[in-house]
Design a protein around this ligand. Structure first.
Ligand code: GTP
Ligand code: MG
Length: 341
């Protein structure tokens, strides 16, 4: 049985079944025709299936009852093989699982402190803020830092950049890597980019993401931005509920991928004017409740004085909400606000 970072999570389980989590061969009642249907929605392995929702299988032409049954079978097989925790866990087991959670340094100690050590795997972290506040810059920095060895705050792993706004800049990756004393060409090889043209394309790329994560040994995925295509493709109130439903499905898929593959996912989001605000901040994150509930952590960014940027964590169950991090965008990516320019 292949050993993955996820595999370590189940080491406490005593009874193990030999299951190939990278194929569908251990599933009952799945022939070539069903495999083809599953492949059409990006499902090639038990890991993919466990991260999918029955609804996606139905879209591929599989009958609803069978879809439910297959998704359940995948989870049961992953649990019995020790790759997933069982649905009910003791507090100790939850703690055990959290131990397999890792963090990626942003390269900026104040931001890392705010995030309790960096961007977490098994979670979706949302960076939200007005234009120019540094969302894309933080994502570029993380594409470099994830490749650092663990003792330097990285995971010695690759990055996948899903670019919806054509703002990915290899030159910037090169600059950050060089400024950090790394081999820029090698670092660029460790970043794969997917240019996404509309919201259906984004959904397709997210569906296939499990395979890309495997192929490129990625532990960091960024979707910059998660919302722009949805906003552009579903204009008007009459299309809002369909937009939110698709956005929700995309976010759920990302969260399940993060959990099952033990990767860190970062999504960026814009702010929109809030006509309901009479005082305080006249803007609010776009995406409504779906984004507010669909991500694990929400980091709010804004411009500060003297070309600095300020980050704060909103609505987190375990981060102090009054803590703020001040940082600056520099040739090294992002650094503490008091570092030299
Ligand atoms: P939107 O995508 O427009 O919503 O904004 P964003 O939050 O993604 O902003 P982004 O991360 O692109 O930040 C833009 C700011 O980063 C610019 O105003 C510059 O101050 C800074 N910046 C962009 N490129 C570089 C660079 O190559 N070097 C340095 N030092 N700063 C840069
Ligand atoms: Mg941007």
């Amino acid at each position: 049985m292949a050993v993955s970072p996820v595999a370590k999570r189940g080491e406490a389980h005593e009874e193990r079944e030999e299951v190939d989590i990278y194929s569908l061969d251990d599933l009952r009642g799945v022939g070539e025709a069903t495999k083809e249907k599953l492949a059409s929605v990006g499902i090639y392995s038990l890991l993919d299936l466990a991260a999918a929702s029955p609804r996606e299988l139905v879209d591929a032409g599989i009958d609803a009852k069978k879809a439910e049954e297959l998704c359940l079978q995948a989870r049961v097989l992953l649990v019995s093989s020790g790759f997933l925790d069982s649905e009910l866990m003791t507090g100790k087991e939850v703690l055990e699982r959290r131990k397999s959670l890792e963090r990626i340094t942003t390269g900026c100690s104040s931001l890392d402190n705010l995030l309790r050590g960096g961007v977490e795997t098994q979670a979706v972290t949302e960076l939200v803020g007005e234009y120019g506040c540094g969302k894309t810059q933080i994502c570029h920095a993380l594409c470099v830092t994830v490749q650092l060895p663990r003792e330097k705050g990285g995971l010695s792993a690759g990055a996948i950049y899903i670019d919806t706004e054509s703002t990915f800049r290899p030159e910037r990756i090169y600059e950050i890597a060089k400024a950090r004393g790394l081999n820029p060409d090698k670092i660029l090889e460790g970043v794969v980019v997917s240019e996404v043209y509309n919201s259906s394309h984004l959904q397709l790329v997210v569906r296939e993401l499990g395979r890309h994560i495997e192929k490129y040994k990625a532990r960091f995925v960024v979707v910059d931005s998660i919302i722009s295509h949805f906003r552009a493709d579903y204009v008007g109130r009459e299309n809002l509920s369909e937009r939110q439903q698709k956005l929700n499905a995309t976010l759920h898929r990302l969260l399940r991928l993060a959990e099952i593959r033990n990767v860190a996912v970062v999504v960026t989001n814009q702010v929109i004017g809030d006509p309901g605000a009479f005082y305080g901040n006249p803007t609010k994150p776009s995406g409504g409740h779906v984004l507010a509930h669909g991500t694990t952590y929400r980091v709010f960014l804004r411009r500060g004085p003297d070309d600095t940027r300020v980050a704060r964590i909103m609505d987190s169950p375990y981060h102090p909400s009054d803590l703020e991090a001040r940082f600056r965008i520099t040739e090294k990516g992002v650094e503490d606000a008091d570092s030299k320019r």
